[in-house]
Design a protein around this ligand. Structure first.
Ligand code: PLP
Length: 396
């Protein structure tokens, strides 16, 4: 018998499947080029050529037993972790070593390892709406409870006043995500300083540390020269989760890492617990060949100009038509105010115009929709007249 606890996921899954099936059906009926599918965060820029070359070189040059074997440590190859640490130190002026790095199966497993390391059943973790829908599921995996902090509209910077009100003796962590999915907002240095001050004061008040878990798969995707502050520099009890899914377009390879700074409370136990969590959650170690690829490609970057071109075309096109949205500074999403109150109804109506977008309530922020612009540039250009017709129908 399927576990009762899985049934809400099973039921929810039919809606997700229905959306995929609808997209596939529409592509078949109207032609792929006439369907404007903005529903998925799958990178549209191919991985840099260096990645494929690195795979070939590693296969030619390195010991087959080592590159395909279990890692000696569940945290990953020591030399790869040193390269990651050194890279971060060069970029951010930090002082990490291999000891502070745990290679993970993408950001998703990194978050699960971090949550298992920090939380006991019944503990609470907070996240600023809108947030990546899986955070709630990941918290549940560990018997913890995710509480949403209401959105700060229209800036979508974290709502710090609401955070302060929501923290209780049960709060053990706050997940942040900048550049943000689904808004594209980058948290400013001032925001992080204020967040750090609140968490320090509240940790002292409640008698245990409140950790920041900084989920950063979009760190390198920032536009207009905007810098994405490195959170460990602002708040001591921070664990960073990173992934190459978006920055090197490798989401299927499942590769990322956690940074656990030596300065955090109870560092020795935490880093050992995270290493063990990697094992007992069943990840064992991050994919070995791809760990080595990531190390060889540590200086590589994606073609950010392609995403930037899409961002400008979509933002300028939609605002010119009359849609309201905050200009994204990072990631590859635009969060648009639904022109009708019901965002789910808007998404259903958009399908009539062959446009597939995701309702904001999937990110705990109803009344908005997410448009993922990691698509071919033509998809954006060709979709704009359809967005116009859609708005005209709504406005009558
Ligand atoms: N966190 C956020 C905010 C995401 O958008 C995603 C994927 O889209 C993930 C985590 C998971 O990333 P990964 O593929 O590295 O597991």
């Amino acid at each position: 018998m399927t576990a009762k606890s899985m049934m809400p996921y099973v039921e929810g899954n039919s809606a997700i499947r229905a959306m995929f099936e609808e997209g596939a059906r529409m592509a078949k009926e109207f032609g792929k080029e006439n369907v404007y599918d903005f529903s998925l965060g799958n990178p549209s820029v191919p991985a840099p050529a260096e990645v494929n070359q690195a795979i070939r070189d590693i296969l030619d040059e390195e010991d087959s037993l080592l590159i395909h074997g279990y890692n000696q440590s569940n945290s990953g190859y020591e030399d790869v972790r040193s390269i990651v640490a050194e890279h971060l130190n060069q970029l951010h002026g930090t002082a990490f070593t291999a000891q502070n790095i745990i290679m993970t199966v993408g950001a998703a497993s990194g978050l699960n390892v971090a949550l298992k390391t920090l939380l006991d059943p019944g503990d609470e973790v907070l996240a600023f709406a809108p947030y990546f829908v899986e955070y709630g599921n990941y918290a549940k995996n560990h018997g913890a409870v995710l509480k949403a902090i209401p959105a700060n509209i229209p800036s979508f910077q974290p709502n710090l006043e609401a955070l302060e009100r929501e923290i209780s003796g049960k709060t053990h962590a706050v997940i942040i995500n900048s550049p943000n999915n689904p808004t594209g907002v980058v948290y400013s240095e001032e925001t992080l300083q204020r967040l750090a001050a609140i968490l320090e004061a509240k940790s002292a008040e409640i008698g245990h540390p409140i950790f920041i878990i900084s989920d950063e798969p979009y760190r390198e995707l920032a536009y207009d020269g905007v810098t994405v502050p490195y959170v460990t520099k602002y708040y001591r009890n921070t664990i960073v989760g990173y992934s190459w899914s978006k920055s090197l377009s490798l989401p299927g390879e499942r590769i990322g890492y956690l940074v656990i700074p030596s300065e955090i409370d109870d560092f020795e136990n935490a880093v050992t617990a995270a290493n063990i969590a990697n094992r007992v959650l069943g990840y064992v170690n991050a994919p070995t060949l791809i760990q080595r690829v990531a190390a060889r490609c540590i200086e590589c970057s994606t073609d950010i100009d392609a995403y930037d071109r899409n961002r400008r075309a979509l933002y300028e096109g939609l605002t010119e038509i009359g849609y309201e949205c905050t200009k994204p500074e990072g990631a590859f999403y635009l969060f648009v105010k639904s022109p009708i109150d019901d965002d789910v109804e808007f998404c259903a109506l958009a399908k009539k115009y062959h446009i597939l977008v995701v309702p904001g309530r999937s990110f705990a922020c109803p009344g908005y929709v997410r448009i993922a612009y990691c698509v071919a540039h033509d998809t954006i250009v060709n979709s704009l007249p359809h967005f116009r017709e859609l708005l005209e129908e709504i406005r009558g």
